[in-house]
Each structure stands twice: as structure tokens, then as C-alpha cells.
Ligand binder design. Structure first.
Ligand code: 13P
Ligand code: SF4
Length: 379
């Protein structure tokens, strides 16, 4: 995690009302030179300032389209700001209001571990391997993947990207034909997506970077089709099948909708599985009076409850399902970066070095070239 120095007292000690007014004034001064992007997990008071909101895929595409803007302030987490920097032009600067807004899942895969894993897999897998990285990963991991003929994916397009990566291989087909996949860092998104494509659970193994040889025997690697990195999201791990059972037993018509970072067991019990954008679209388009238990970050669930009071909406688990790092972006930090920008000072710039940028862009562009965004269910 990157260190964020404490803010000067003139920000730390101000009320929300004052900060809101100052943010609005700084934003006006910056005009079209500024674009604010907001991920769906942001606090309400921050998302209120976003010019665009979205899931990871939508926001990375929007960032790439903002060619008129000098500054892109990303209200989200570190890997999202890096992705925006990779996809925007050399003149543009991307700013993350709080540098310590990382992603605990992205932190579970570092480049040295991946290089070591690759060496082991190349030695034992017995077939070409395509690396696929979820965008929730560092730019260095994305660059490795780009350099090794792989691609990025998001929760909106993982099915399509995995299908492409497993080209030549078919569930139930010749076990020696086609490519294998190393999917990182989220084992759950990888497992849920491969299973939805027809691959049985016994065609997948979990590679643990903290154990010698990933904790796998050479014959297990040879037999596997999909090698899943032992990463996960701490927030989405909190959703359990025990929370679904009472809803089913209640006699009430609950629909259960979850993010594909939830475990395979939870996704199997859910009625719908998809990205944050998919969840919003599905609940919004549902009829008034319908019942929704949602398995994703609680700020998004809370916003849907306010936006759609005529539906019965609840979190599948409860208020503990909050992403602590997304929550670090607050009005104080937003005000601080915007007032500095308005005064001609760039603070908290996220700048990926040129070589890493070049290859991570290859991985991202391979993903974007496959097909346009469509928030499909991973089920
Ligand atoms: P989405 O791309 O679905 O918004 O997910 C990003 C994320 O970090 C979920 O935890
Ligand atoms: Fe990362 Fe999980 Fe937070 Fe998403 S919810 S940003 S995966 S820690």
C-alpha cells in the first residue's frame, strides 16, 4: 500500500458543507480541463461529484475517451487510476485523491511471484499457457501479461476473454489440445467464469504463490486446464450460502444477485451473477415491489435502496461488507486535490513508467478489441 501523508489542517478540520462548496468552486474554475470518474463503491457524497460513474470496464473506456481533459481525478482505487493512466494520452494526468486507496486483492499478486510461477508453469504445464489478469492487478502484472500474449479482463467481460484464451480447448474434448490459462489474481472470478463456460471444477487447480511450487505437483499442473491464482477479495468473501438459505426459506420472493468475486458456492446459489454495472441495471429494470438481496459492496447497495424505494432491497450480508480502501476517498481528499489543481499544482499523480505502460496497454487493448462492453451475467 502506498503511504498518504496527512492532509493540512485546513482540510482535515472542515465540515462536509464547507468542503462541498469548495469542491464545487474548484471544479468550476477547472472547467472542461477536469473530469471526475467515480466507481460505484464510492461514498454518496463523493459520487455526487462524478462526471461519470461505472464499473471497472466502463470507467477505463470512459477515461480513454476524455481526450479534451488535462486532469482525470479518479475516485476509486489505485489499480483503476493506473489503468486510466495507461489508456490516456501523454499530456493527460491522472490523480488519485488518497494514495492509500489500494485494493487488497491486487496486493495478493506481485510481479516477482508471477515470474516465479511462470517459470514453474512453463516447466510442468505441458501446453501453451495464456495469462489472463483481472484488471484488479498492478500495472507490472498487466505488462507481464501483455508481454506473454495474454490479456486483461474485468467482471463484465471475463467470459469472453477466457473463451478467447482457452482457444483450441473444449470441455470434454481432447485433453491435450489447445491452450491452458493462468488466471490471476482472483481465483473466484476465474473459477466462476470457467465453470460458466462448461469447464468442470476438477479441470482447475489453485496455485498458491506463498507455497513451494504453488503447492502443486507437476502431474496436477499437467492435468489442469485452468490454473487459478490463490487471490480473493476480502469484502466478497463475506457473502456465504448460510445467508441465502433463510431468504429461500422465508416464503418471500427474494432474488439473490451477487458479484462474481463471491465464492463458487455463493454464485451457484444466486439467481444472477455479474459486475457492479450489471447489478445496477438488473435491479433498476426489475418491477416495483420486487425483492433483491445483493452480494456486493455496501455503498452500492445503500445507493440502490435510496434510488429505488419501491423495491425491497437489502445487502445479502450486512454493513460489514464495505471496501475500506474505496472508503478512503472522501470530501477532504477530493477538495485537497481539486484546490491544488485549480492553483496549478498537481498532487497525487499516478504515473506508470513508459515501458510498463507500453506492455500493459497491449494487455488492455487486447481485451478491448475482443468485443464491446456488455454487462453479461457470468452464470
Ligand atoms: P466492477 O468492475 O464490477 O465494478 O468490480 C470492481 C471491483 O473491484 C469489485 O470488487
Ligand atoms: Fe479490491 Fe475487493 Fe475493494 Fe473491489 S471490493 S476494490 S476487489 S478490495
Amino acid at each position: 500500500m502506498v503511504y498518504q501523508a496527512p492532509l493540512p489542517p485546513e482540510y482535515a478540520e472542515r465540515s462536509d458543507e464547507e468542503l462541498t462548496a469548495r469542491i464545487a468552486a474548484a471544479r468550476q474554475r477547472l472547467g472542461p480541463r477536469l473530469v471526475i470518474l467515480g466507481h460505484h463503491y464510492q461514498r454518496d457524497e463523493v459520487i455526487a461529484f462524478a462526471d461519470f460513474t461505472g464499473d471497472s470496464l466502463k470507467l477505463s473506456q470512459i477515461a480513454a475517451e476524455q481526450t479534451q481533459a488535462d486532469y482525470i481525478v479518479f475516485c476509486g482505487v489505485h489499480f483503476m487510476a493506473e489503468t486510466a493512466d495507461i489508456l490516456t494520452g501523454p499530456r493527460q494526468q491522472v490523480i488519485l485523491p488518497d494514495l492509500s486507496a489500494g485494493c487488497s486483492m491486487a496486493d495478493l499478486a506481485d510481479i516477482d511471484q508471477l515470474e516465479e510461477a511462470w517459470r514453474i508453469l512453463e516447466e510442468h504445464a505441458g501446453a501453451p499457457i495464456t495469462p489472463i489478469t483481472y484488471v484488479n492487478s498492478t500495472a507490472a502484472i498487466k505488462a507481464f501479461v501483455g508481454r506473454h500474449d495474454g490479456a486483461c479482463c474485468t467482471s463484465s467481460n471475463a467470459k469472453m476473454v477466457l473463451e478467447w484464451a482457452l482457444r483450441g480447448a473444449e470441455p470434454g474434448g481432447d485433453p491435450h489440445a489447445g491452450n491452458k490459462v493462468l488466471f490471476l489474481p482472483d481465483q473466484h472470478l476465474g473459477r466462476n467464469t470457467a465453470y460458466a463456460l462448461g469447464w468442470p471444477l476438477d479441470s482447475m487447480v489453485v496455485y498458491d504463490p506463498n507455497v513451494v511450487n504453488g503447492g502443486l505437483l507437476p502431474e496436477e499442473l499437467r492435468a489442469a486446464r485452468v490454473i487459478l491464482w490463490a487471490g480473493h477479495c476480502a469484502v466478497h468473501q463475506l457473502f456465504k450460502i448460510e445467508q441465502i438459505k433463510p431468504l429461500r426459506a422465508s416464503g418471500e420472493p427474494w432474488n439473490v444477485i451477487v458479484h462474481p468475486e463471491c465464492t463458487w458456492e455463493v454464485c451457484q446459489q444466486a439467481d444472477y451473477v455479474g459486475s457492479t454495472e450489471y447489478i445496477i441495471k438488473t435491479v433498476r429494470e426489475a418491477p416495483p415491489g420486487s425483492y433483491w438481496a445483493i452480494g456486493t459492496e455496501v455503498h452500492l447497495v445503500g445507493r440502490l435502496m435510496k434510488m429505488l424505494p419501491d423495491r425491497r432491497i437489502r445487502s445479502l450480508a450486512g454493513p460489514q461488507c464495505s471496501c475500506a480502501t474505496m472508503y478512503r476517498i472522501d470530501l477532504k481528499h477530493l477538495c485537497w486535490v481539486l484546490e491544488n489543481l485549480a492553483a496549478g499544482e498537481v498532487v497525487n499523480q499516478i504515473a506508470v513508467d513508459e515501458e510498463t505502460k507500453r506492455w500493459s496497454r497491449v494487455a488492455l487493448e487486447r481485451m478491448l478489441a475482443l468485443r464491446p462492453a456488455q454487462p453479461v451475467s457470468a452464470k
